[in-house]
Design a protein around this ligand. Structure first.
Ligand SMILES: *[C@@H]1O[C@H](CO)[C@@H](O)[C@H](O)[C@H]1NC(C)=O
Ligand SMILES: *[C@@H]1O[C@H](CO)[C@@H](O)[C@H](O)[C@H]1NC(C)=O
Ligand SMILES: *[C@@H]1O[C@H](CO)[C@@H](O)[C@H](O)[C@H]1NC(C)=O
Ligand SMILES: *[C@@H]1O[C@H](CO)[C@@H](O)[C@H](O)[C@H]1NC(C)=O
Ligand SMILES: *[C@@H]1O[C@H](CO)[C@@H](O)[C@H](O)[C@H]1NC(C)=O
Ligand SMILES: *[C@@H]1O[C@H](CO)[C@@H](O)[C@H](O)[C@H]1NC(C)=O
Length: 541
């Protein structure tokens, strides 16, 4: 690990100290009888112009190829020099050895090590064999390697077309398969041949073709995000960056942005531009093109922005998005608050309407806040009978029970005609006295016409209305239906002026019934505490 990290540093140090790049010689492996060309490479960073390289060979046969050998002699040795190339027309074992070339400066040399093979050894096969992969039913082209082949046009050398052979077949093969099959798999040999002064010189390469199953799935290029017609909520004046992510099918695919119909530039000095990143691994190529609006304006909100994916293999795809002003946090909170308050108010109102009687009675019972007698009245209520139009009204017993319940169970003090009205007065006067002394007048429907009778009611109803006496009008269930007409007009008016409570016969008798609840609600709080506990858990007893 550490050695690996230090190695480049050591090499750099060595280079600085010696001024020479310690290069490994380039390995060149040739079969005896074949042609080979060595290219003297350019040194990076130097302009050599048309300078001819100086070649030196370190072999048994050749020494200085430039100074001491004439071109005739070189030609006799089968060696050609042209441009940056050294061409050996037909390699023999005598050519084996090291070669160096330098362009201009002798201190900068480039080395080759030429190895000549006289027999088809495994080592040669290994070094001279190239592999190609094609996919079943795809088209396939074989490429003949071009390592150490003569570069450029060398005078008097003409290159012939490359000839392909398949191992074990005598006839030449084409290098192109429109639809390759497994049977095409195998070892191929390509021969590059060159004509020089009537003689043909050859270079052969071995290519092993492997035909594989088609790649599993051709990855198709697609925009992953954003989605079509997405709306991006932005603040006016802010910087907005909208990434468009796509998977590409090849490096030639491209992702870019359009504003309306015009291209968005990549120049960052523009108010609207895009930039991109490309990530790739063995699986896929991902490209993200980010649209950047430096300062969002009102005008930008009305435009359509399109992220477009152009591919060679498929029709291009695109995604169009728009911008919209972000609802401000403040107004959002306001709206939420208003909704919450409304909900609370409505809920409270509903609860109150539903339960106002229970709440009022519960408070009255639990807090035991009984009315003081400061208003100067002696009684809580005066029960006054009126003739019920049906026999659903209270009979004599019911009336007695009602009086008893009001006084004994609930603690009201009542003014009763037959008990509390002083005898000797005129009936109407006596009744009005009683009314005067009471906080409420309860009108009770009775079935047989009672004393003093509804005739009296007709006489005093004007007085009741005049004095604005508090009235509780007990009606029967049938009163409702037959209200208009059957009841005397006076009674109807009193009914409208007072609070109504419906008597439902036996069902109204338990102290927990809605009849009692309503009646107690409309009556003022009694002056005395009730004789029984009226708290909910005991009310049913
Ligand atoms: C070629 O160079 C290598 C070192 O790179 C050396 O070992 C070898 O002996 C040389 N061969 C000849 C023929 O000079
Ligand atoms: C190249 O050679 C010249 C002399 O011919 C010398 O002055 C110069 O320093 C050499 N340059 C390098 C990079 O070796
Ligand atoms: C090419 O061949 C012709 C005649 O065969 C000869 O005169 C000429 O010098 C050759 N050119 C080179 C560059 O070898
Ligand atoms: C090159 O190959 C051709 C045909 O394949 C043959 O006629 C010719 O003799 C070969 N040349 C050498 C130098 O082996
Ligand atoms: C970007 O735009 C600015 C201003 O229009 C211009 O000066 C600059 O040359 C542009 N840069 C490129 C790389 O196009
Ligand atoms: C693209 O531009 C934005 C805004 O200038 C910047 O924040 C972001 O880093 C850039 N991305 C790339 C990949 O250059």
């Amino acid at each position: 690990m550490t050695v690996k990290m230090l190695l480049p540093l050591l090499l750099l140090l060595l280079t600085l100290l010696t001024g020479v790049c310690p290069r490994r010689p380039r390995e060149v492996n040739v079969k005896a009888g074949e042609m080979v060309a060595l290219q003297c490479p350019h040194h990076r960073g130097y302009n050599h112009g048309d300078a001819k390289p100086t070649w030196t060979s370190y072999t048994t046969q050749l020494t200085d190829l430039n100074a001491n050998t004439s071109s005739v002699e070189r030609s006799r040795m089968g060696v050609l020099l042209h441009g940056r190339s050294l061409v050996i027309l037909s390699v023999s074992v005598n050519h084996q050895g090291n070669y160096s070339c330098s362009l201009g400066n002798a201190s900068r040399q480039f080395w080759f090590r030429l190895t000549v093979y006289t027999t088809q050894t495994g080592e040669y096969e290994e070094r001279n064999t190239y592999s190609a992969i094609c996919y079943r039913e795809d088209s396939c082209t074989l490429n003949c390697p071009d390592v150490n082949v003569p570069a450029g046009n060398i005078p008097n050398i003409t290159s012939n077309p490359i000839i392909w052979h398949k191992d074990g077949e005598s006839l030449p093969k084409a290098d192109y398969f429109p639809s390759v099959e497994e049977t095409d798999q195998g070892v191929y040999t390509c021969t590059r041949s060159y004509l020089y002064h009537g003689q043909t010189y050859n270079m052969t390469f071995t290519v092993v073709l492997d035909v594989q199953q088609k790649k599993k799935t051709e990855k198709s290029a697609v925009i992953i995000s954003p989605h079509m017609n997405d709306v991006f909520h932005v603040d006016l004046g802010s910087t907005v960056a909208i990434p468009c992510k796509a998977v590409l099918s090849s490096y030639f695919d491209e992702v870019f942005w359009l504003s309306g119909d015009s291209f968005v530039e990549r120049n960052v000095s523009f108010p609207v531009f895009y930039n991109y990143t490309i990530e790739y691994d063995t699986e896929e190529i991902k490209m993200t093109a980010t649209l950047v609006l430096k300062k969002v304006s009102e005008e930008d909100l009305s435009k359509k922005y399109t992220c477009k994916l152009d591919t060679d293999n498929e029709p291009s795809s695109s995604v169009t998005i728009t911008l919209a002003k972000k609802a401000s946090l403040f107004s959002l909170h306001m709206a939420l608050g208003a909704v919450a308050i409304t909900v609370v108010i409505v809920a409270t109102a509903v609860v109150y309407v539903k339960l106002k009687m229970d709440i009022a009675l519960l408070l009255r019972d639990t807090l035991a806040c009984y009315r003081s007698t400061l208003d100067g009245k002696s009684y809580d209520a005066f029960l006054m009978c009126y003739k019920s139009d049906t026999d659903a009204g209270l009979n004599e017993d019911d009336r007695k029970w009602l009086e008893c319940a009001l006084e004994e169970t609930f603690g009201y003090s009542l003014c009763l005609y037959d008990r509390d009205v002083l005898p000797g007065k005129a009936v109407a006067e006596a009744v009005l006295d009683c009314v005067e002394q009471s906080r409420t007048v309860v009108l009770v429907p009775t079935s047989p016409d009672p004393d003093p009778g509804s005739g009296l009611l007709n006489h005093i109803h004007a007085a009741l209305v005049e004095r604005q006496t508090r009235l509780v009008f007990i009606k029967t269930e049938t009163t409702e239906a037959s209200r208009s007409g059957s009841l005397p007009e006076a009674l109807q008016l009193l009914g409208l002026a007072g609070d109504c409570v419906t008597w439902k016969g036996v069902r109204s008798m338990p102290p927990s019934s809605s009849f009692w609840k309503q009646l107690r609600y409309h009556l003022p709080a009694p002056q005395r505490a009730p004789k029984i506990s009226l708290l909910p858990q005991t009310a049913a007893q």
